[in-house]
Design a protein around this ligand. Structure first.
Ligand code: CO
Length: 134
């Protein structure tokens, strides 16, 4: 069912420092910061030949990434995003197999303007999974 790895998201306490690390130390191509208040994050996209990395910094006090950073103050891998062809069909199939979808279970528009859903990490090897409609 899942397709390409769309991105790996890394939560960071200092977006400017993390961006400089990817740009200057690792030599990657990085975007300008993009504020996404609806998702509670500011994001920088790191473009790699076969996927991308998203550096996430909390935006606002109710950011889910802020809670993650309380437990992981130095930052860390926050989620993996896999592409699916039809997000509603994917959600229905996963629910039928007992997987838990976070929030109200309805797809929302994600950082790339496409519908996304998040799946409970306890159902997927301890890793938060984002599905994005390709
Ligand atoms: Co993501």
């Amino acid at each position: 069912m899942i397709g390409r790895l769309n991105h790996v998201a890394i939560a960071v306490p200092d977006l400017e420092l993390a961006t400089a690390t990817y740009r200057d130390t690792l030599g990657a191509s990085v975007s300008e910061p993009l504020a996404l208040p609806g998702h509670g994050v500011t994001v920088v996209f790191v473009e790699l030949p076969n996927t991308r990395i998203e550096l996430l910094q909390p935006l606002g006090k109710d950011s889910p990434v802020a809670r993650f950073l309380e437990k992981n103050p130095a930052g860390g891998m926050h989620h993996l995003c896999y592409e699916v062809d039809d997000i509603r069909a994917a959600a229905a199939g996963l629910k039928a197999k007992g997987a838990r979808i976070l929030g109200d279970g309805e797809p929302r528009i994600g950082a790339h303007g496409r519908p996304v859903l998040f799946l409970h990490p306890k159902d997927f090897c301890g890793t938060l999974i984002e599905l994005e409609q390709a």
